[in-house]
Design a protein around this ligand. Structure first.
Ligand SMILES: [Zn+2]
Length: 257
């Protein structure tokens, strides 16, 4: 018992001195190319996800909407536009999360589109070659989002699903963008470039972000050198052909406006 409490105390001290090593680790469940091919089954529970982070994005079992995690709460943005808080038993097929700790903060009060803001944020990143998490809160002149509708097995590939995805444009809204910029070399595993999800402050809407125009925003950036990837423990994944370059398909799925 004494030994246990001493080692706990040591861990706590190390945590305090180093700023807690785990807080700089990006955890990822499954690969983006597996998701593209229809790996929408249960891989990790919300309870387990909370051990890996308090902030992030992903989707739900059966591809049932867009996932946004903020302050340890998991929000589901369904294809009917409704928002739900999901409990610990909820299953997730794809997610990227971390314990968010801002390395830098910026305030921007220009009207910037997604492309323009991306360029501006790029100038503040220490490098293109790390993983960067973002929480961007404030007011937006507009935000265009989408969500994905729940699927039933046998699951179709994501490119088929997004052909019927609902999109929304919110005007003059307050809310938060949460997400990551992953390096180009993460191609095939995550989404290279900016990938953000949106949640309105009044929880009346959100989704995977296609475009926006900012008004007054406050940006928090958390850069990480550590990336932990857990691949699916499924026959579907083990038998999947992952040799093909799916960049064009991914661009259609993630970025088409
Ligand atoms: Zn997304």
């Amino acid at each position: 018992m004494a030994y246990k409490s001493t080692s706990l105390l040591c861990m706590l001290l190390i945590c305090l001195l180093t700023g807690c090593a785990h807080s700089d680790l990006v955890h990822q469940t499954s690969s983006i190319d597996a998701l593209l091919q229809g790996e929408y089954g249960p891989l990790i529970s919300v309870a387990q996800l909370k051990e890996q982070g308090d902030t992030g994005i992903g989707t739900f079992e059966h591809l049932d909407g867009e996932m946004l995690m903020l302050n340890g709460i998991v929000y589901q943005i369904k294809s009917d536009g409704t928002i739900h808080q999901r409990d610990n038993a909820t299953q997730i097929p794809f997610a990227t999360v971390k314990f968010f700790k801002a390395d830098q903060t910026l305030s921007i009060s220009d009207d910037l589109t997604f492309a323009q803001l991306s360029k501006q944020l790029d100038q503040h990143l220490p490098t293109e070659n790390y993983f960067h998490a973002f929480i961007i809160r404030g007011t937006f002149k507009s935000v265009k989002t989408r969500s994905v509708p729940r699927q039933t097995p046998p699951y179709p590939p994501l490119i088929e699903v997004v052909k019927v995805q609902p999109t929304w444009t919110f005007e003059n809204v307050t809310g938060r963008l949460v997400g990551f910029k992953c390096p180009t070399f993460s191609k095939g595993l995550n989404v290279p470039g900016y990938h953000l999800h949106f949640l309105r402050d009044d929880h009346s809407g959100g989704g995977h972000v296609l475009d926006f125009t900012t008004d007054e925003i406050h940006v928090q950036i958390d850069s990480s050198r550590q990336w932990q990837l857990t691949l699916p423990d499924t026959d579907f994944f083990r038998e999947m052909n992952l040799a093909k370059d799916r960049s064009k398909e991914l661009h259609k799925v993630e970025k088409d406006r």
